[in-house]
Write a protein that binds this ligand. Structure first.
Ligand SMILES: [Zn+2]
Length: 192
């Protein structure tokens, strides 16, 4: 069965914490996150943070349900209240994500997944396809990135799935800034 927009991920290990203490004790145990078609940006951020996230776009509800039943310990993230209620009533782990900017959605979702908004390139997955990244030598990316990038940076990563090349450019520090904002949204609240 084809799921438009769905990219498989290769890893099988349960590698992120499931025992993290979170406000409200709502950390979910899971191996895989499935995000619906309205949450593509969120799915990319989750991959950047090392969460195995599938992204289902344009699939009928019945296909989503079938997919979830085939996965081991999935959590479904959705903006669709009716679908959320239906899947939750059938015992699937699901999170109803509010309509909000990406940072606020992350601040809502990450504590529920037991994931901190901290960038760690050793865990980062390809935001495009969800495969793992491998650090590569600058010579391995010659011809794949602009000359100016080759001479300006010395830390490169390549996706083991789609081959996309990443480096610590300005976008990397922009991501760090956004994640720091998410961290403050999560941890910066004063609790009375
Ligand atoms: Zn990739």
């Amino acid at each position: 069965m084809a799921f438009p927009g769905l990219r498989p991920v290769a890893a099988t290990a349960k590698f992120f914490r499931t025992d993290a203490a979170t406000p409200g004790g709502c950390t979910l145990e899971y191996r895989e996150v499935v995000a619906d078609g309205m949450l593509g940006k969120l799915a990319k951020w989750l991959r950047i943070l090392g969460v195995r996230a599938l992204y289902v776009r344009g699939a009928p509800d019945s296909d989503v349900e079938e997919l979830l039943s085939r996965l081991e310990d999935p959590v479904f993230l959705t903006r669709d209240r009716a679908l959320y209620a239906r899947l939750a009533s059938k015992g699937f782990k699901a999170v109803l994500v509010p309509e909000a900017p990406a940072e606020a959605q992350l601040a809502f979702v990450l504590p529920r997944l037991g994931v901190e908004p901290v960038l760690d390139m050793s865990r980062t997955l390809c935001p495009l396809c969800g495969s793992s990244l491998k650090r590569v030598d600058v010579r391995e990316v010659e011809g794949l990135v602009p000359e100016g990038v080759l001479s300006a940076y010395d830390e490169f990563y390549r996706c083991t799935g789609c081959g996309q090349v990443y480096w610590r450019g300005t976008h990397f520090y922009e991501m760090k800034r956004k994640l720091e904002k998410v961290w403050w949204l999560i941890h910066g609240k004063v609790v009375c």
